[in-house]
Design a protein around this ligand. Sequence first.
Ligand code: GRF
Length: 228
Amino acid sequence: MAAPSAQSRRLRLGILISGRGSNMKAILDATADPDFPAEVVCVIANNPEAGGLRLAAEAGIQPLVIDHRDFPSRQAFEDALHTALVDADVELVCLAGFMRLLDAEFVNRWRDKIINIHPSLLPAYRGLRTHERVIADGVRFTGATVHFVRPEMDAGPIIVQAAVPIAPDDTPETLARRVLHFEHQIYVAAVRMIAEGRVRVVGERVVIDGAAPPEGGLINPLPFAGAE
Ligand code: GRF
């Protein structure tokens, strides 16, 4: 007889995607371990061309397509999304490259039960083309943020961030690749901590039980080549 899994009750995740789905894939890979405290019960794409649809199917999840263009209004589209999530008994909604703005009504129905990943150190660089904009501004660090979703775009209590130094020869593409590597790590970390019941929203800040900040800091650029 198989040994019982350490985790008997797994948090039920619904993932919303619009495109490539690499963050979704990172979550699917993590949840493939039966000891991970969450499981993916539904994947929904608003775009029938989303590359992530194939990745979900390969991971054994039959994804749903709910195409916003099939609905007469945003409200009707969001009602369909909501119904699909409720039908699947979803407990936490993960936006993973989901490119539709969601109305306050939908977001408030899922308050503190819907999270997003954004490729910048929020609240800096909300919106699109973050890598292009950080390079143009000459800032030395960028990164990625997982946060609870609020009705305002790319806003809400921050759960985890990763800081990524920007190199002088970075292009938006090279930077996007390095940031994406950390996106995958922090999205899985955020889901794990929420599923473990360690994450609380207090006021509009997140408190995480049993989490310690790393020591030290980073300087970019180092004063001379080879300096530490
Ligand atoms: C990621 O950079 C994410 O931060 C942003 O959209 C991109 C989606 O990539 N919200 P993927 O579909 O997860 O590969």
